[in-house]
Design a protein around this ligand. Structure first.
Ligand code: HEM
Ligand code: HEM
Length: 230
């Protein structure tokens, strides 16, 4: 007799392991890059900057082929959805979301975009003394100086976005959504069991593929290493 076994679902599981490792790893290396850059520890700065590069390359691939809620298609929404969510947030009845909510997604994209600018301009930057990015010699001195200027100025945007990110995390935590815990354990408690917009997914889809994660991590590290030693 053939029985259709329903796919196993995990009602509270959201963040796959690679996304969580990416997040906490990114937090550490971005903080290191900022502190080392501000205080002039340039050897450390350039190394941590290249780790940021590797993590971003990994995340771009994982955003297409990763676990369900890590995929850009899962959380990047159109202006209508963002506005509708903002209205519910203002009126105090914003629902708990599986994955990034439509507004949180904007800040995720913003942080990733400004980090892409930081890393790209850093590769061509120079400090007029000892340190330059591995690709600085490929452009004229004036272009390198201009990209150094962007590298420096985009820091303000990054500080602003990190501030906003931490304020949002604090806001949701105070509102009783344990989102920090979810980024640690992968599980989000207090979610509706079966919301029409936002229902739980099969286990396989939520976790993503380990093999893909390892391959992407290897490729991302190789790209960052090749650029660093160019
Ligand atoms: C330099 C500091 C940080 C950076 C650059 C950063 C960056 C990010 C990024 C890019 C994401 C999206 C994750 C993804 O989908 O891949 C994210 C999500 C998240 N971050 Fe951070 N983060 C930082 C610090 C922190 C800290 C200190 C905390 C908590 C104490 C935190 C808590 C979270 C949480 C809870 C989420 C998930 C938000 C949600 O539920 O939608 N982050 N962060
Ligand atoms: C491949 C990666 C990177 C390279 C090669 C690189 C290179 C450089 C260089 C050559 C400088 C010196 C510029 C100057 O003194 O005028 C610099 C400064 C700086 N970079 Fe980077 N960078 C990289 C990534 C990053 C990242 C990811 C961040 C932040 C998350 C960052 C933040 C800073 C900061 C805060 C400074 C100090 C600006 C100042 O006050 O002069 N960099 N970087």
């Amino acid at each position: 007799m053939v029985t259709d076994k329903p796919e196993e679902i995990e009602p509270t599981y959201i963040w796959d392991v690679p996304t969580r490792l990416f997040h906490w790893g990114l937090m550490c290396v971005v903080a290191t890059s900022l502190i080392a850059g501000e205080f002039g520890y340039m050897d450390i700065h350039v190394i941590s900057g290249h780790v940021v590069l590797a993590l971003i390359v990994f995340r771009l691939a994982w955003g297409v082929f990763g676990g369900k809620h890590a995929r850009f298609s899962d959380f990047i929404k159109g202006p209508k959805t963002v506005l509708a969510y903002a209205k519910r947030l203002i009126s105090g009845d914003a629902p708990a979301h599986r994955g990034h909510n439509p507004m949180g997604a904007l800040s995720v994209v913003g942080v990733l975009a400004v980090l892409i600018v930081k890393v790209t301009t850093g590769l061509f930057a120079n400090d007029d003394i000892l340190t330059e990015g591995p690709l600085a010699a490929e452009v004229s001195k004036s272009t390198s100086d201009y990209l150094t200027y962007i590298h420096y100025q985009s820091g303000y945007v990054l500080y602003g976005l990190i501030g906003l990110h931490l304020a949002a995390v604090l806001f949701y935590t105070i509102k009783g959504h344990p989102i920090i815990l979810a980024m640690i354990s992968g599980k989000m408690h207090g979610l509706p069991e079966n919301d029409a917009i936002d229902s739980p997914s099969p286990k396989k889809k939520l976790h993503g593929s380990w093999i893909a994660a390892i391959i992407f991590a290897g490729i991302a590290s190789a790209i960052a290493y090749a650029i660093k030693t160019y």
